[in-house]
Write a protein that binds this ligand. Structure first.
Ligand code: ACM
Length: 507
């Protein structure tokens, strides 16, 4: 049994020895280095303690009175770092991302004790298990401002997540400026689920998010959900979409929730799915997709554009296949790698190298596993977002005030205890990593988002980052380590859910 404070680190490092001694923060005179991570460390320490360290040089004092940051490509694998706190305090990043992650680890070792603030002595060598560690934010069902998204980036990159997938379009709203189709934001961004206010990102807003994320080593993946989840497109350009298809499930669920049914050309404020489709046999649809993908590609330094593809229940299968084959090819023509929800794997001819995002359950149902496998047959790979464990919008308990339950009730332990390489019958090399999505039907404010995301995102961070078989990769160790994030989240004003499963600490 690991004692609560003996290893106050999440995600668990690759290898770490943490001691009992501390270097008092009062002894540190400054931070040495020429990376942007120096300022990020100074800011992080300042926000936490009120102490603003200076930038300093080797000559400013003995080795244990400065914090030294540098890059050495031989220090660790990509995104990795070594960290020492003791007779000297030093972080050596394999690259800038590694240095940033070393800073995040050091901020977790910064603790307030009876004798004031100090850095817990440690010797750590760390690098991620998976290259893909993602979170998704749905800004369509409810819209979140640039500042709110930036706060979300701070909190998730601190857990060493390196991809932010933004779900930018859905039935309830279109949230990104597209110059060639201006009515999308003029007409189809005004409302959100429940009739709440909408919003959209101008191109400058979006660039601000992308660059804020990049400074924290997160790649932004924009998603335009097609060919379903497209009711909002029809509010702006009715000629591009079919009339709503009202399936029995949608009608029953809308009645149960007291929500209106979708009406073509009018904003949809319910959250039923599967009723909308763009017109597959109109060339104008592909002009539209090409324009949107081109403008998004121009805004996107990262390699990926996500074209959705989930829950196109109103689109006949043959039409769906034609559409996603063309849409994935349009992304390739724009110079990007397509990403798509796993249903897209039903189409034989999807663009080679398309990455699938599996959102079925940990025990796959129906044709989900075959659809996922098809991405690998086409030279792609998979991101694992198993809905019954990794979906951050499921309720923690059946009486939790926020969230949905269609994939299950997901307490912190359930979120932690799954293994992404064991869901599908595929070689480990086919699994790029993990993404934890936050759908925002019930999350009306960023506080609501934080309640659902934290602490469960920390479980997904550890699954994605930490070695699978370390002795401390257990629920008992995780819950005691996770407990020590409470003071960090409080200082950052993160409204995390104080789940009773976790013995939260004060400092
Ligand atoms: C999804 O949850 N519809 C991808």
């Amino acid at each position: 049994m690991v004692l609560p404070h003996s290893m106050p680190l999440v995600p668990l490092p690759h290898s770490a020895t943490v001691g009992d001694d501390r270097t008092p923060l009062a002894r540190i005179v400054g931070v040495i280095g020429d990376s942007p991570a120096v300022e990020q460390l100074i800011d992080g320490i300042s926000k936490r303690t009120g102490v603003r360290l200076a930038r300093s040089t080797e000559s400013d004092g003995p080795a244990d009175s400065t914090i030294s940051l540098r890059i050495d490509p031989d220090a660790a694998a990509a995104e990795g770092y070594t960290l020492t706190v003791g007779s000297s305090t030093e972080i050596v990043g394999a690259d800038e991302a590694g240095l940033y992650y070393g800073v995040q680890t050091l901020l977790q070792l910064l603790r307030e004790g009876d004798d004031g603030w100090g850095l817990t002595h440690a010797s750590i060598s760390d690098a991620p298990r998976f290259p893909r560690r993602g979170v998704m934010l749905d800004v369509t069902r409810h819209f979140f401002s640039v500042a709110e998204v930036e706060k979300f980036i701070d909190a998730t990159s601190a857990l060493k997540f390196n991809h932010l997938h933004l779900h930018l379009t859905d039935d309830q709203g279109w949230r990104i400026q597209i110059d060639s189709w201006p009515k999308l934001t003029e007409r189809a961004s005004l409302t959100a689920a429940g009739g709440d206010p909408g919003g959209f990102y101008s191109k400058d807003d979006y660039r601000a998010i992308v660059s804020y994320a990049a400074a924290r080593h997160m790649v932004v993946i924009p998603e335009i959900d097609l060919p379903g989840h497209t009711h909002a497109i029809g509010v702006a350009y009715p000629e591009l979409v079919e009339a709503p298809v009202l399936n029995d499930g949608l009608v029953a669920e809308s009645a149960r929730l007291g929500q209106p049914l979708p009406v073509k050309g009018e904003p949809y404020v319910g959250w039923g799915v599967g009723h909308s489709s763009v017109r597959i046999h109109e060339e104008r649809t592909y002009d539209f997709v090409r324009d949107v993908v081109r403008e998004l590609a121009e805004l996107t330094p990262g390699p990926y554009i996500h074209i959705g593809g989930d829950e196109s229940l109103g689109t006949p299968q043959a039409d769906f296949d034609v559409f996603v084959e063309r849409a994935t090819e349009i992304v390739v023509e724009a110079g990007k790698i397509p990403v798509a929800w796993h249903e897209v794997g039903a189409a034989a001819g999807i663009a080679e190298g398309t990455i699938g995002q599996y959102w079925g359950k940990t025990t796959p149902e129906g044709t989900h596993a075959e659809e996922a496998a098809h991405f690998v047959e086409r030279g792609g790979a998979l991101i694992m977002s198993a809905a019954d464990v990794a979906y951050l919008d499921m309720k923690y308990s059946s009486d939790f005030p926020l969230g949905l339950t269609w994939a299950g009730v997901v307490d912190v332990r359930k979120a932690y205890e799954w293994e992404p390489t064991e869901v599908l019958d595929l070689p480990d090399s086919a699994i790029l990593g993990v993404e934890a999505p936050l759908w925002s039907e019930t999350a009306r404010t960023i506080r609501d988002v934080e309640q659902l995301v934290f602490p469960r995102a920390a479980a997904q961070a550890e699954i994605a980052w930490s070695p699978r078989s370390a002795p401390e990769r257990t629920w008992e160790s995780f819950r005691s380590r996770l407990a020590t994030l409470a003071p960090l989240w409080e200082t950052a004003d993160i409204d995390f859910h104080r789940s009773e499963e976790i013995p939260w600490t004060d400092r």
